[in-house]
Design a protein around this ligand. Structure first.
Ligand SMILES: *Cc1c(COP(=O)(O)O)cnc(C)c1O
Length: 323
């Protein structure tokens, strides 16, 4: 793998990654998926589903074709098969892609989890049509799902991997693209900028990797606490009714409130009690649980308890306020 080191943000990766794919394949189109989120630079936002972010650029976004993510129409419809059909039909209207861009778990999109079989099918399609298989591991990588890379469980071999967010291990700005040697078509400094390769972030990233990823101890610890968090959230979901759904993988869990106002009020109340929880999903209806991977059980319990109290108060208000 070649490593291309970038600056502070993850979406810069997509400018880099798309440029690399287009340069390698000579094609212009990139396939991305519904509810995907890849950042807000023009290249990245063109591949992101969210209308709010898409509108912010003020220009028409092009060069991407959206396909339904795994489970988009429910479990009965195989969306990989749909993509395969469109790409094998010479008259489907879809240009051959330079790249297929995918997340294993859509973080911003609502903690939507792709199945192993689906991911493998998408990789096979990319290989078949000569597109680069590009993985966005910016949010789900660096141990978030248990393994260092979120696609390890499916045994995938992406051509390009984008990494950022927790990569520095210390909240410092660092992002990079890992590119398979044979697809690294860039000349030295062909894709560059002033503030690349923050030295301190590179040092902390190296320390984090050497400390936590030398063997499988940390990975197992993440998985153990993740299983615990999932069980606790499932208990909260079933105790409070309302059709709540818990989903996710490893330490990336979503508590789908179904109703956006419930998620909004519960997270606001949780914040007032001292817990910061983000929302995600197309209507911001999902409460996202992505604690520090080094969290201990005591703090986890405290956080979950405060969330449960916030949720209970929210439901009490919803149920007692006439509308
Ligand atoms: C945050 C994020 C990005 C963009 O990273 P920025 O640093 O905000 O530009 C891209 N993809 C995913 C999956 C992300 O979570």
């Amino acid at each position: 793998m070649s490593v291309s080191i970038h600056g502070a943000n993850g979406c810069e990766r997509y400018r880099g990654s798309f440029k690399a794919c287009r340069k390698v394949t000579g094609r212009g189109n990139v396939i991305s998926f519904t509810n995907g989120y890849h950042g807000i630079s023009l290249g990245a936002v063109a591949a992101s589903g969210n209308r709010f972010y898409r509108a912010a650029g003020g220009v028409s976004l092009c060069g991407t074709t959206f396909m339904p993510f795994d489970g988009y129409f429910g479990s009965a419809i195989d969306t990989a098969r749909y993509l395969q059909k469109l790409l094998s039909d010479e008259s489907s209207g879809i240009d051959y892609p330079a790249a297929i861009l995918v997340e294993t778990v859509q973080g911003e999109g609502g903690i939507n989890v792709a199945r192993k079989e689906w991911l493998r099918a998408i990789q096979a399609i990319a290989n078949e049509v000569g597109a680069l298989f590009v993985f966005d591991d910016i949010q789900m990588g660096c141990g978030r799902t248990g393994d260092f890379f979120s696609f390890e469980f499916a045994g995938l071999s992406p051509d390009i991997i984008a990494m950022s967010k927790s990569l520095s291990g210390y909240g410092l700005p660092l992002s990079m693209l890992l590119i398979k040697e044979e697809f690294d078509a860039w000349q030295p400094a062909e894709h560059t900028g002033t503030f690349r390769g923050n030295n301190l972030a590179l040092a902390s990233a190296t320390a984090a990797i050497n400390t936590y990823w030398r063997d499988s101890t940390f990975s197992k610890q993440v998985q153990r606490i993740a299983d615990y968090m999932r069980r606790q959230l499932e208990v909260i979901a079933s105790k409070h009714g309302n059709g709540f759904v818990v989903r996710g993988r490893g330490m990336a869990l979503g508590f789908d409130c179904q109703v956006p106002e419930v998620a909004a009020t519960a997270t606001r109340k949780a914040f007032e009690k001292g817990v910061m929880l983000e929302r995600c999903g197309p209507a911001d209806q999902v409460v996202k649980f992505i604690p520090a991977l080094t969290i201990d059980q005591e703090i986890m319990d405290e956080g979950l308890e405060l969330f449960e109290r916030a949720l209970a108060e929210t439901l009490h208000e919803v149920r007692t306020t006439p509308n």
